[in-house]
Design a binder for this molecule. Structure first.
Ligand SMILES: C=CC1=C(C)c2cc3[nH]c(cc4nc(cc5[nH]c(cc1n2)c(C)c5CCC(=O)O)C(CCC(=O)O)=C4C)c(C)c3C=C
Ligand SMILES: [Fe+2]
Ligand SMILES: [Fe+2]
Length: 343
């Protein structure tokens, strides 16, 4: 029997430094996140970052934590329950880091009689530190604990026309009643080095304006150009004025070069350029989380207003939006019927 395994990033068990520390340890010790040799990663993570970051992160998590738990986990569970109602196959949810492991989610599917899984990394774009690490981890768990289980992976859907339509509709709804001067598409940043290292086409992007896909025979471009593709397609779908939109990259960590422009610098630039009313959307995330609810919706508003901006709105991620659930149901049900996957 076929089944679906949804995988998101994961969160600490509670917004305390005690629980944030082991979560960050697992996350940042991932060789696809901090991609240095292990001895150096140990020094960077355990010798430096984990001394101060857990307290700071716990304070940030406390600001966005819900009564039911971490927003990312709660939203992912709501999505899983709705998807379960829209398909005959068992649907399980696992997290790459922290509690709710991928192993226990596969175990749950196995107990329900599943021997063929569609793995759905809950990320629209392919980055070594998000999509790829989920796939590699699931394959490792499968090989070690479930050798008879078949695993197929849903491709990154950042430019799938149905996804662009659902995303655009939700943005269009969020724009209602807000007289904006500018829409900023803010994506999670990554170190520039990762672009070269993890390009699934093995074509090495030059990080310039020319899309690397024009030089590549494959369907996928690098993470940066995938993000810019999503922006371009939403702009086209909604007929947005190019003068009133731009893309940026948030959440940088450490002093290596990360993708630019940085979202926080964009807040300042836009306010200084006289854009008083700003809308921010965060299409690298399918569910709202620390990075959207605290960094963008709270901190971002403060930064923009301090720089002179007047009105600010963050449009929520797709979360458990019914159209988004229906689209995922269409993808998984089509795979169940005839093995075909969306492009
Ligand atoms: C959207 C995909 C993501 C990519 C790509 C990504 C890369 C990446 N992240 C860090 C460091 C941190 N990220 C943190 C939180 C976080 N990151 C993502 C997604 C991507 N990260 C999400 C959904 C979240 C929120 C989790 C939640 O519980 O809500 C954090 C933890 C919080 C903090 O201390 O700020 C860190 C650290 C790196 C280094 C990286 C690429 C190299
Ligand atoms: Fe992150
Ligand atoms: Fe590129």
């Amino acid at each position: 029997m076929k089944g679906v395994l949804l995988v998101n990033l994961g969160s600490p068990d509670s917004p305390t430094a005690k629980d944030v520390k082991p979560y960050l340890d697992e996350f940042l010790m991932d060789e696809r996140v901090i991609d240095t040799p292990k001895w150096l990663r140990n020094i960077i993570v355990r010798g430096i970052i984990l001394n101060t970051r857990p307290k700071k992160s716990a304070e940030a998590y406390s600001k966005i934590w819900w009564e039911e738990g971490s927003p990312l986990i709660v939203i992912s569970e709501r999505f899983q329950k709705k998807l379960q109602k829209a398909t005959k196959m068992p649907v399980a949810l696992g997290m790459r880091y922290g509690s709710m492991s991928i192993k226990s989610a596969i175990q749950e599917l196995k107990q329900k009689g599943v021997d063929e899984i569609l793995l759905v990394p809950l990320y629209p774009h392919y980055a070594m530190s998000s999509y790829e690490t989920v796939v590699v981890k699931a394959m490792e768990v499968q090989a070690e604990h479930f050798p008879d289980m078949q695993l197929t992976t849903l491709p990154a859907f950042y430019k799938n026309p149905d996804y662009i339509k659902v995303l655009s509709d939700s943005i269009s709804k969020g724009l209602e009643g807000f007289d904006y001067d500018h829409i900023l598409f803010s994506y999670h940043g990554i170190p520039e080095r990762h672009i070269r290292k993890s390009d699934p086409t093995k074509f090495h992007c030059q990080l310039n304006d020319k899309c690397c896909s024009t030089n590549s025979v494959a369907h996928h471009t690098c993470y940066r150009h995938q993000c810019l593709d999503t922006t371009a397609l939403v702009k086209k779908e909604l007929g947005l004025d190019p003068e009133k939109t731009s893309s940026s990259f948030q959440s940088r960590l450490g002093s290596d070069p990360w993708l630019q422009p940085f979202t926080d610098k964009e807040f300042e630039r836009l306010a200084k350029d006289g854009k008083s009313n700003l809308v921010v959307i965060t299409p690298a995330f399918v569910s709202d989380c620390l990075e959207t609810l605290e960094e963008i919706a709270m901190e971002g508003q403060e930064q923009f207003e301090e720089a002179g901006g007047k009105a600010y709105k963050h449009i929520p991620c797709l979360n458990d939006n019914d159209d988004w659930v229906a689209l995922m149901a269409k993808w998984v049900n089509t795979w169940e019927e005839n093995e075909s996957l969306p492009v």
